[in-house]
Structure formats: C-alpha cells, structure tokens
Design a protein around this ligand. Structure first.
Ligand code: 5RP
Length: 224
C-alpha cells in the first residue's frame, strides 16, 4: 500500500470511529494537512448527520466550506466532542510532533477544547523517540532571533522557515537535531521562552486515540 492509501484508510477509520456518536447538534474539531484533508472529504458524505466543524487553519476552513460544511468559531462553540488531526510524528504515549503545515497553534487550541483527540497517521509517522522530524516553534516575529538563541541553549539547531507566515501572522522556527527525552518537560520549557507562541510538541495534551495506517490494516490504540 502507498502512503496515500494508508492516509486514506485512517481517514475512513476516523469516520467509523465518530459516526455512531454524531448528533445533529455535533460540531467536530478538524485538523490540518493531507491526512486531515482526506478526513474532511469523507466527512462531507455525512452532511446532515452533524451540525458543522471548527477548523484548525484557514486552509481546512476553506476545504470544509467548499464541501458545504458549516464552519464555526471556536469561541461560539466552547468545546468539541472530537478533534481529528494528523501528526508529523507520534509515539507510544500518543505524544506527537505537529506543525509541519505551520498550523500548530490553532491545532493545539482546538485540541485543548476537545473531549477526545483522535490522531490519524500512516505508519511512517510512528517513532520510538520524538525528534527526527524538526520541531516547529511559532514565534512573534520581533522575538525570532532571541528565541533561536534560547533554543540553541536547549540543544536544538534552529532554522527559520523562510517565507512562511502563520494564520496568526507569526513566523516558524524549526528545531533540527533535537531528539526529545521528556516531551512534556520540553514542551513546557520551550513555551516558557518569551516570544514563543507555542511549540509543536503535543504531550501535555496528547492524543486519546491513535488510528495508525499499516499495510496489514488500521491499528487502533486508545489510551482513554
Ligand atoms: O501538524 C500538522 C499541520 O500543521 C499536520 O497534522 C502534520 O503536518 C501532518 O500532515 P500530513 O497529514 O500532511 O502528513
């Protein structure tokens, strides 16, 4: 099976996961990226079974609207029963690195408001230790150099993702050569640097369920 087929399989599996729980009043949290896009495409087939979605990026909001799915502001909705999103890396604790698509801050906000975070990923994303994928950090533009110097002190090789402006008007620094021992501690440490909006470690609020696409089939892991 190709990586695209595996992404497709987990997107469908996420639909099967949430379908029995949908009500006409349900607003679903939707992530960003190529795997989340497939989920959006399948979700469109259920229109009428739920109320709408909250999106973690302008791109996902656009795709949802194109399919005729109503998009709500998170502030109007409060909490969402599910948040479905991909990951750049995920480990056995269902801690993740996210933000390859620069949507990490909004993803983290919607995830924080979700009762259940369902991570959908193909098998290439599963790792024993987080950090081979460069860890994204969203920064306030004027703080970029300062934050980069602090990240060097933490052991990272920070590289400015040139030309990328987040949906929040900020910039991204990617931390290379930065294997993570304690994801929760590092998430908090980086977030404590002045000028950091947030970083792409999702450990304090990891996923509750992982649907991992393998060539043998979709493997489901539920922590809660
Ligand atoms: O965090 C993300 C975007 O900011 C995505 O979830 C992550 O990059 C995975 O993307 P894809 O499904 O395209 O592999």
């Amino acid at each position: 099976m190709t990586q695209d087929e595996l992404k497709d399989a987990v997107a469908k599996a996420a639909i099967d996961e949430i379908k029995p729980h949908l009500e006409r009043s349900t607003v679903i949290g939707v992530g960003t990226g190529s795997t989340a896009n497939r989920f959006i495409d399948y979700l469109a087939r259920l229109s009428g079974d739920f109320k709408g979605a909250v999106a973690s990026s302008a791109a996902s909001a656009e795709r949802l609207k194109t399919h005729g799915i109503d998009v709500f502001e998170l502030n109007e909705v409060g909490t969402v029963p599910f948040y479905i999103d991909g990951a750049d890396e995920v480990n056995a604790h269902l801690h993740m690195i996210k933000g390859g698509g620069a949507a990490l801050t909004r993803e983290k906000i919607v995830a924080a408001c979700a009762e259940r975070f369902i991570c959908i990923a193909d098998a290439s994303k599963y790792v024993a230790q987080l950090g081979r994928f460069p860890l994204p950090v969203e920064v306030i533009p004027m703080a970029r150099s300062y934050v980069a110097r602090q990240l060097v002190k933490l052991g990272a090789d920070p590289v400015y993702r040139e030309g990328v402006v987040t949906d929040n008007g900020n910039q991204i620094i990617d931390c290379y050569d930065f294997m993570i021992e304690d994801a929760e501690a590092m998430e908090a440490k980086i977030n404590a640097i002045v000028g950091v909006v947030t970083n792409g470690l999702f450990a304090a609020r990891g996923a509750d369920v992982l649907l991992l696409g393998k060539k043998e089939g979709v493997e489901r892991t539920a922590l809660r």
